[in-house]
Design a protein around this ligand. Sequence first.
Ligand code: ATP
Ligand code: MG
Length: 420
Amino acid sequence: MPLADFLGALKDNPYFGAGFGLVGVGTALALARKGAQVGMVFFRRHYMITLEVPSRDKSYHWLLSWITKHAKHTQHLSVETSYLQHESGRVNTQFDFHPSPGNHIIWYKRKWIRVERTREKQMVDLHTGTPWESVTFTALGRDRDVFFSILREARELALKQEEGRTVMYTAMGAEWRPFGFPRRRRPLRSVVLEHGIAERIVDDVKEFIANPKWYIERGIPYRRGYLLYGPPGCGKSSFITALAGELGYSICLMSLSDRSLSDDRLNHLLSVAPQQSIILLEDVDAAFISRELLPTENPLAYQGMGRLTFSGLLNALDGVASSEARIVFMTTNFIDRLDPALIRPGRVDLKQYVGYCSRWQLAQMYGRFYPGEPAAEGERFAERALAVQPELSAAQVQGHFMLYKMDPAGSIENVEKIEH
Ligand SMILES: Nc1ncnc2c1ncn2[C@@H]1O[C@H](COP(=O)(O)OP(=O)(O)OP(=O)(O)O)[C@@H](O)[C@H]1O
Ligand SMILES: [Mg+2]
């Protein structure tokens, strides 16, 4: 190799180049940049601490609420709307604000913490069909305690929100997600059912929960099914919500007419339902009618989407065996439309008719709504109401009282105006 070429090669090599005093300005800059990079990596490795929480993790949603609370000044929010349509057409929506994807800086325990929420555009969580997300916390120093303390706080915050409240879950893909904020518990006595009915169900459920041994010793799956049936607006759903509150249970609301529900998915969902929860299948009669549409009327079925079959439902109900108490409530307006196989003992152990208001119920409701009034007034209301309309739902009666909030006598005088 000629000497000139050899020197040229050396010049390109920064280490030798520097040694030979041949280094150019460009090389020096490159060196400095490299040095800075190495330094940054070193610094990150030794003086910064990060925690990544993927969206699959249980604590992810707690942390989002925690961030929202702490990043008070952030102006970049994203909204998460929960939307739920019941078979009856009723729609519930709820808006939750969360910090939007990007960086947020939080001052916490005399430390600056950078929070980065990232959302992968290309990656989708196959289980839930939602974009893959994570939050990463970065703090200076080597002290992990700050993260533990954030996680602890986030959990406490979440539990406090749930205290005295009933958490509603809905199925998202293969897992259960809380739906909206936990609702304030509804007191059981606020739902007035016919004399003795509420007690009958509450006693049955409590006895069931208290006696796992009985089932295990006999090799009987530890689950119990309930069916509430009767006309609309008489308190089936309200009672189940209040019962969950009374037990301190959450509710897993499942719509059988959800077209993306397949046998496998239902089976899986029932087996991974959160502990201490009631599985609620509303309007079970509607599930299969809407599914039997011709393929032309029901395009999704035509596309060959996995569908829930009736035998799939039965298998899923039979299969929910766990050491945890498994409580399934079903409701329907039309018990005679249900296949007897669905409501045979073992699948439905207790059936209860929840019907129009009896005289006793009407008097009770009057007493609850107007606590200061003498009992005789309640009787008078009940008698007159039934004379006007023998089939009154509790929802109608409640609506009527609302019009006479401050006027108990008026609610009796105008009883014939009860909305039909
Ligand atoms: N027995 C009751 N005591 C007090 N309030 C009631 C009672 N029944 C119904 N309501 C009130 O009426 C409304 C509708 O009741 P709910 O949704 O529980 O009826 P449902 O029986 O589930 O009807 P559907 O068959 O249409 O689902 C609720 O706001 C509830 O507060
Ligand atoms: Mg209902």
